[in-house]
Design a protein. Structure first.
Length: 103
């Protein structure tokens, strides 16, 4: 039984890594739910039987969360630059309209 759950955890870990690499955030969220359910079942049954595997998945989650935070911050910086660029473009367009109206 623990071999099947171990395989399931390993498979989920690999799928989650792949989803992260592909920036498939919805897929990653769905896999996260599956992983939480699997871990919950393991803890419910006998967490000592798969202590090492649980510790490994915990470490994986810590790395994944840190990577996701870096990615989120990068997206936030890019969004800020886009907003700033749009603001500059709109300001320029407004000034251009004013100069066209001026004698």
């Amino acid at each position: 039984m623990s071999t099947l759950k171990n395989y399931r955890l390993l498979s989920l870990k690999n799928q989650m890594s792949r989803a992260y690499d592909l920036e498939d955030w919805q897929g990653l969220a769905d896999l996260d739910k599956q992983c939480q359910e699997t871990v919950g079942q393991i803890i419910e049954d006998d967490p000592r039987a798969m202590f090492d595997e649980l510790r490994e998945i915990l470490g994986f989650y810590a790395e994944l969360i840190a990577s996701c935070e870096v990615q989120r911050n990068q997206y936030a910086r890019e969004a800020k630059q886009l907003r700033l660029g749009r603001h500059h473009r709109d300001t320029y367009a407004d000034l251009d309209k004013l100069s066209a109206v001026s004698p």
